[in-house]
Design a protein around this ligand. Structure first.
Ligand SMILES: N[C@@H](CCC(=O)N[C@@H](CS)C(=O)NCC(=O)O)C(=O)O
Length: 178
């Protein structure tokens, strides 16, 4: 269900009274909040290829980078598109430093976890898709293929994956919304 964040539904307030944020997954009328926890729950509840590594060390590493996307990249890269002047310059620098870390972590791998899409790539969905649309609207060039060639290839691979492509909101819809 789509949610109007300027006029939150009673359903959202009922099922996520602590943060009052989307997304919320309702399964058998029980709520699961926080996107990373939702991904973990889906992975553990339904059978199929796992998006999480099996090895405990690799799993912990994947959690680390998923959190990095969620808690470091997303806030800075969201704010840089909505700020102005000096604040925007500072956020541009911060976002660039974060992207440099991602670029070197990705190294020569196709996806963050290796050859197939996993939890870290999905956590980077904002960077791979939404940010490009937002930075264009804001007239920014923070994440470009010239500056971040490996991230550029990763974005292409990720966005070309059928299951991802079919489930992303279309660009024109996001453009109108923002
Ligand atoms: N850490 C949360 C962040 C969720 C989040 O920030 N959701 C935004 C929309 S993308 C929201 O609901 N904003 C409404 C608000 O902050 O009041 C998660 O990953 O689920």
């Amino acid at each position: 269900m789509e949610e109007d964040l300027n006029n939150k539904s009673s359903l959202l307030l009922k099922y996520n009274p602590v943060y009052k944020k989307i997304p919320v997954l309702l399964h058998n009328y029980k709520p699961i909040c926080e996107s990373l926890l939702i991904l973990e729950y889906i992975d553990e509840t339904w059978e199929g290829p796992s998006i999480w590594p099996k090895d405990p060390y690799e799993r912990a590493t994947a959690r680390f980078w998923a959190k990095f996307f969620d808690e470091k990249c997303l806030p800075a890269m969201w704010k840089v598109c909505w700020s102005k002047g000096e604040e925007q310059e500072k956020l541009k620098e911060e976002s660039t430093q974060l992207l440099k870390i991602l670029e070197s972590t990705l190294s020569s791998k196709k996806f963050f976890g290796g050859d197939t899409i996993g939890i870290v790539d999905i956590s980077g969905n904002f960077v791979a898709y939404w940010f490009g649309i937002l930075q264009e609207l804001a007239g920014l060039q923070v994440l470009t293929k010239e500056n971040f060639p490996k991230l550029g290839e990763w974005m292409d691979e990720y966005l070309n994956c059928n299951i991802i492509k079919e489930n992303l909101p279309p660009k024109h819809k996001l453009t109108v919304h923002f």
